[in-house]
Design a protein around this ligand. Structure first.
Ligand code: OFO
Length: 171
């Protein structure tokens, strides 16, 4: 049985994963409107993945006798100055999510809830991967700078980078 405090903290994580899904959905929309097909496709997939992250915790809360709540939706950014501006936000967001996961792990250890601690290890590993991918992409964009053909190639490359990341997760 989940403690009340852990139930609340997990519901807050549900909200954050929901928000992540919406942040990436809005990024997909911006990229699509700007003509970045590869980036849009990457962001649509990211958005779906975040929804899966949200559902995993949502279902876990109920499985442990808690009360999973559908959170209210907050407004997410819909415009970006540039592709690099958008990917800077992606990395910042993922670093924030990682620190929230770490806080949850802390609560589990304090409460000696080893089942939830075990469930969260998946998220610890996932966040490391998400941060790695975001950092790699941002580094590439920093190298490209303002070169438009470079950004065009980056957009083309994103589909393959996205599937490489997916393959690594499955391995
Ligand atoms: Fe849910 O992994 Fe990103 O935010």
């Amino acid at each position: 049985m989940l403690s009340k405090s852990l139930n609340k903290a997990l519901n807050q994580q549900v909200q954050l994963e929901f928000e992540s899904s919406n942040v990436y959905l809005a990024m997909a929309s911006w990229a699509e409107q700007e003509g970045y097909e590869g980036i849009a496709s990457f962001m649509y997939l990211q958005s779906d993945e975040e929804r899966m992250h949200m559902l995993k915790i949502f279902k876990y809360i109920n499985e442990r006798g808690g009360n999973a709540e559908v959170p209210a939706l907050s407004k997410v950014p819909h415009t970006y100055k540039s592709v690099i501006d958008m990917f800077t936000s992606v990395l910042k967001h993922e670093v924030h999510v990682s620190s929230e996961i770490n806080k949850l792990v802390d609560i589990c250890l304090k409460e000696k809830d080893y089942a939830t601690h075990n469930m969260l290890q998946w998220y610890v590993a996932e966040q490391m991967e998400e941060e790695r991918v975001a950092r790699t992409l941002l580094d590439k964009l920093k190298l490209i700078g303002t070169d438009k053909s470079g950004v065009y190639m980056f957009d083309r490359d994103l589909l393959s980078i996205r599937s490489e990341a997916g393959n690594e997760k499955e391995a």
